[in-house]
Design a protein around this ligand. Structure first.
Ligand code: KG4
Ligand code: ZN
Length: 338
C-alpha cells in the first residue's frame, strides 16, 4: 500500500513543534521550547504567541528537511485545533490552513488531549501499543485526566482535576522552595535522595475519580513558612526530604485514583502521557502496580509524552485513513471536549 506523509503542527502552549510522519512512523519531530517564560515562573500567553510566530517557519522547515522529503511529498497537514491558549493556537492553525491551501492537500484538525493518548500508537522500536479498552492518565502542566479509551476516537473522561494540574502542583511547590521554573524535574531529582515519609502532607478528599491539587500547594506553603520562621535554613538543610515528601504525596494521589478507576471499570491496562509521566516516582509506582496488582502499563518514549507534534501527526494519520478532513472555515478552540 501507499506511504502516507503527514506534516503535523503543534502550538497549543509554549512549545512550537512540527513533525513529519510516514504512516505511523515518525521521520522527524522538532520542538522549539520557549525559554522566555522561565523568568516569569509560568507561561505568559502574549509572549508565547509571539515566540510561536518567530519559531514556526524554521521549525517546520527543519522538520521537513530532517524527514528527507519535500513539501510536494506531503499528503495532508494536521494541526492542533485545541484546547490551549488562543493566541498560541492561532499561530499553528493559521499556518496549517495556509499551507494546506497552498499545497492543495487535506487539512486535519486534532484535539491536543486525544493526541496525548494516541501518542501510544506511534510505532517505535521497543515500545508496545495498548489494546482497547485501556485507561489513559494524562498528567502535565496543563492537564490531569483519567480517560476510558474504547477505540481511537471513542474516549470518555471519567476523572479530572477540579483546580490545578498535577504539573502545577510540582511547579508551584518548587517555586515555594525557591527552585527555577519549571521545578517539577528538580523536585524529582532531589526526591531520589530524600525520605518520602519525613514530612506528611495531607491528601485532598475529592469525590469519585476527580483530582484536586490546590490544597497541597497551600499546605506546602504554610508548612514551609512555619518551618522557615523557626529555622531560616530549613529549606537548604531539608531539601531532599521535603522534595521526597511532596512527590510521595502527589504520586499517592495519582495512584489512589487509578486504583479506584481500575476497580470501577475493570480495566487493568494503563497508559500514561504528559510531561509528568517522566517522574521517577510515578514510573516506580506503575512498575509496582504491574508486579503486585497485575496491571499492564504503558509509558511512551519521553519525546512523545511532553507537548510535541509527532503525537498530532499520529492522530492526523488515523484521521487520514478515515478521510476525516476539515474545511477552511475551521477555527482554533481554547476549550474543547473530546
Ligand atoms: O507535557 P508538558 O511538557 O507540558 C504541558 O504542561 O502540557 O509538561 C510539563 C510539566 C511541567 O509542570 C513540569 O514540571 C512537569 O511536566 N515535569 C515533571 C517532570 N518532568 C516534567 N514533574 C515531575 N517530575 C518530572 N520528572
Ligand atoms: Zn499537553
Amino acid at each position: 500500500s501507499q506511504n502516507i506523509y503527514i506534516l503535523a503542527i503543534e502550538s497549543s502552549c509554549d512549545d512550537t513543534s512540527a513533525a513529519v510522519l510516514c504512516n505511523d512512523k515518525v521521520l522527524s519531530n522538532v520542538v522549539a521550547t520557549q525559554k522566555i517564560h522561565e523568568q516569569y515562573g509560568g507561561v505568559v500567553p502574549e509572549l508565547a504567541s509571539r515566540a510561536h510566530q518567530q519559531h514556526i517557519v524554521p521549525v517546520i522547515d527543519q522538520a521537513i528537511k530532517q524527514a528527507g522529503i519535500t513539501k510536494k511529498d506531503l499528503h495532508a497537514i494536521a494541526f492542533t485545533k485545541g484546547p490551549g491558549l488562543m493566541g498560541s493556537l492561532l499561530v499553528g492553525t493559521s499556518f496549517a490552513k495556509s499551507l494546506a491551501l497552498a499545497l492543495n492537500i487535506p487539512l486535519i484538525a486534532v484535539n491536543h488531549m486525544q493526541a496525548h493518548i494516541l501518542a501510544h500508537f506511534i510505532k517505535e522500536d521497543g515500545y508496545k501499543t495498548p489494546q482497547f479498552p485501556f485507561l489513559a492518565m494524562t498528567i502535565s502542566g496543563g492537564h490531569t485526566q483519567i480517560i476510558e479509551v474504547r477505540g481511537y476516537f471513542d474516549m470518555k473522561v471519567i476523572g479530572e482535576t477540579i483546580d490545578d494540574a498535577v504539573g502545577e502542583a510540582f511547579d508551584k511547590s518548587a517555586k515555594i522552595l525557591g527552585f527555577p521554573y519549571p521545578g517539577g524535574p528538580l523536585i524529582d531529582k532531589y526526591a531520589k535522595l530524600g525520605n518520602p515519609k519525613a514530612f506528611p502532607f495531607t491528601k485532598p478528599k475529592v469525590d469519585g475519580l476527580n483530582f484536586s491539587f490546590s490544597g497541597l500547594k497551600t499546605g506546602v506553603l504554610y508548612f514551609i513558612q512555619k518551618k522557615v520562621k523557626e529555622n531560616p535554613d530549613f529549606i537548604t538543610t531539608n531539601r531532599d526530604d521535603i522534595c521526597a515528601s511532596i512527590q510521595y504525596t502527589i504520586v499517592n494521589i495519582l495512584t489512589d485514583k487509578l486504583k479506584k478507576a481500575v476497580k470501577q471499570t475493570g480495566i487493568t491496562q494503563i497508559a500514561i502521557g504528559g510531561g509528568v509521566s517522566a517522574n521517577s516516582g510515578i514510573r516506580e509506582a506503575l512498575q509496582k502496580a504491574e508486579q503486585n496488582w497485575g496491571w499492564t502499563t504503558y509509558v511512551p518514549k519521553f519525546e512523545y509524552t511532553t507537548d510535541n507534534a509527532a503525537m498530532i501527526g499520529i492522530v492526523g494519520y488515523l484521521k487520514y485513513l478515515n478521510k476525516d478532513f476539515t474545511d477552511m472555515s475551521v477555527v482554533a478552540k481554547a476549550r474543547m471536549k473530546f
